[in-house]
Design a protein around this ligand. Structure first.
Ligand code: ATP
Ligand code: MG
Length: 608
């Protein structure tokens, strides 16, 4: 039992120190001067209580010495009293004003900036597979929820623990002449406090960690109760009370889960304190006869009991501080774990550069099968097709057939499970991915509504270009100019409801801007996944007319449920349950009288 506990203490101590090193290096990168000053002040202020005890000893001894001897106040007493005040002022300034307020705020905000920057840099460059993995999503959410205060508090707590450490070591050394066993005993009695603190910290953390399903649900309900779309639905269905009831139930559950270990902590929390006081009392009591006999001065005795108290408090502070650090550290882990998420898509060691990124390239899917990570279901099964440069290619198929998945593979968000994707005959895994992205213009089913200006919404398609004429041309081709010109600030108009003066757009208008963005990028291979699902029939007709006109020599890869948009494609592939079941031109497929013909007929009937 003891061996197990010691082992766990050693492990957790090692782990805290390990993370401390990593966090300190982040703090160091955030600001060298602030970091040094922050901890230097902690080290210095540790000596003030000792200095105060010592001056107190001098004061008492000199007072006793002078009692009844001189009628005037000796200068030395005045000097001691004055010195005590100077120490007290310095201490107040250093630990209160300088560290407690000024440095604390500076250190924290510098650190938070650095932590935020590193976190979002990591997330924005993360493999899509991580972002689509619920477990990783969970980790990211937990880290995002806690990293702005847990890691800074971890380092802040360290500054106080460091102060306790310096105070404890100094008192330890001072106590040695009084009997070597004294400082050791004082140190040992701090262990129960440490064990208690560690256990409690672990309990709290494990509730957050292991209660994850409930905590996750709580977060989800918060979202449901505040998200614009969800609130609208709840209003109409009058479901908010039901949702609130469930929200409260989860809250109560988590509260009780948290309370139980706290209750048991309360029951035993007083024990370590009792033990510490008992030991200090015993040591002080043992000295009394020597003081009374005059072998030890009264000042010395006050100094001794004061240092004894400081050593015990230092040791206790050290272990409680360390316990708190341990608790914060469990959350620091989340943060560091996110930073450690590995690259899944491996860059080739000798990447093949696509030399000409202004022309379309031949794309071939050769016997491609694919299942998402940690899923057994084959989403694509032996898919074969070729898209020649400049071809107008389309995929159709029912929901869940795997159409978007084909695009994700083509964008190398995932690697194929088996089979190959070839670009001009070269396996996509060997290609320099940045040069491939320069060839691709992709508009996903779910795209971004940038709550920025109209201009940003278009030009973020190619941030380097900064071409006003091109921007207006792109807006014209996507049919967006019509509403842009009616906006008060035209291209400088802020959009969305995130910021002040943002104009709200309709779904279709957002989609037109997204299409303008891809037009602006002007990539030689354009992939559009349901690009016009929210766009009215007339605008859609115009967009496709423009696409055919301006994309004559480029490759167009289109996914759509609307046959009006795919019928002009040179080649149409019909995907069903991950398999290609037919392919050909619109006419050929109609003559085939299979799934395509049936789906086409059903849609056409709807328009009769
Ligand atoms: N990130 C993911 N992790 C695991 N499975 C996924 C993931 N994304 C999609 N799938 C599964 O892959 C299958 C194909 O999805 P995909 O999005 O490619 O369909 P789709 O043909 O584009 O459908 P839709 O017409 O509705 O857009 C679905 O059954 C879905 O459950
Ligand atoms: Mg899709």
């Amino acid at each position: 039992m003891i061996k197990k506990t010691l082992f766990s203490v050693r492990n957790s101590t090692g782990h805290v120190l390990d993370n401390l090193g990593k966090m300190l290096s982040i703090a160091w990168a955030a600001g060298k001067k602030t970091t040094i000053l922050y901890y230097a002040v902690s080290g210095i202020t540790a000596f003030f209580p000792i200095i105060m005890s010592f001056t107190y000893k001098l004061l008492v001894d000199h007072l006793i010495e002078s009692q009844g001897i001189t009628p005037t106040v000796p200068l030395v007493l005045v000097a001691i009293l004055g010195a005590r005040e100077i120490v007290s002022i310095t201490d107040g300034f250093l630990s209160g004003t300088l560290r407690g307020t000024y440095l604390d705020i500076l250190f924290r905000s510098r650190l938070q900036n650095e932590l935020n920057f590193r976190f979002y840099k990591k997330i924005s460059n993360l493999d899509i597979a991580h972002l689509e993995d619920p477990e990783k999503q969970d980790l990211i959410t937990k880290a995002a929820d806690t990293f702005t205060w847990r890691p800074p508090d971890f380092l802040r707590r360290f500054s106080y623990t460091f102060e306790d450490f310096v105070g404890y070591v100094s008192s330890f050394l001072i106590l040695i002449p009084y009997g070597i066993f004294i400082p050791f005993v004082v140190s040992i009695i701090a262990i129960p406090r440490f064990l208690l603190r560690t256990k409690y910290g672990k309990l709290q953390w494990s509730i957050y960690g292991s209660g994850a399903p409930e905590v996750k649900k709580l977060w989800y309900f918060r979202w449901l109760l505040s998200n614009k779309i969800a609130v609208k639905e709840a209003r109409i269905f009058q479901s908010q009370n039901e949702l609130l009831k469930r929200f409260k139930k989860i809250q109560n559950y988590l509260y009780n889960l948290n309370k139980k270990p706290l209750d048991s902590f309360l029951k035993v929390a007083v024990l370590p304190q009792f033990l510490e006081s008992l030991v200090i009392f015993a040591f002080a009591y043992m000295r009394l006869p020597i003081v009374i006999s005059g072998k030890m001065s009264v000042g010395d005795f006050t100094f001794f009991i004061s240092i004894l108290g400081q050593a015990a408090r230092g040791a206790a502070g050290l272990v409680s501080g360390f316990g708190l650090m341990y608790e914060h550290n469990l959350y620091v882990d989340y943060y560091l774990d996110v930073l450690k998420l590995p690259r899944l898509i491996k860059e080739p060691s000798k990447p093949v550069l696509i030399k000409d990124v202004s022309i379309p390239h031949k794309i071939e899917f050769r016997d491609v099968s694919f299942s998402y990570p940690r899923s057994k279901k084959m989403v694509l099964k032996n898919v074969n097709f070729i898209i020649n440069p400049g071809e107008n290619f389309a995929i159709v198929g029912p929901n869940g057939a795997g159409k978007t998945t084909v695009v994700k593979l083509l964008c190398r968000f995932y690697d194929t499970t088996s089979g190959e994707i070839l670009i001009d005959g070269v396996n996509i895994n060997k290609i320099d991915i940045k040069s491939w992205y320069r060839c691709l213009g992709t508009l996903f089913q779910e795209f971004v509504h940038y709550n920025l200006t109209v201009k940003d919404n278009i030009t973020l398609g190619n941030p380097g270009a900064k071409d006003k004429k091109l921007m207006i041309g792109a807006a014209q081709k996507s049919g967006a100019t019509e509403f842009i010109n009616k906006l008060p600030d035209k291209y400088d108009q802020m959009l969305g409801r995130h910021f002040e003066k943002g104009e709200a757009l309709s779904q279709g208008q957002w989609q037109k801007l997204a299409i303008a963005r891809t037009f602006y990028e002007g990539a030689p291979i354009l992939i559009l996944d349901e690009p016009t699902s929210a766009i009215d029939a007339e605008s859609e007709y115009e967009i496709f007319k423009n696409l055919n006109k301006h994309y004559g020599d480029k490759t167009l890869f289109l996914i759509s449920h609307r046959f009006s948009t795919v019928r002009n494609a040179d080649k149409i592939v019909v995907l069903d349950k991950g398999r290609i079941i037919e392919s050909g031109s619109h006419q050929e497929l109609l003559e085939n009288k299979d799934l395509y013909a049936r789906m086409f007929k059903k849609q056409a009937e709807g328009y009769k």
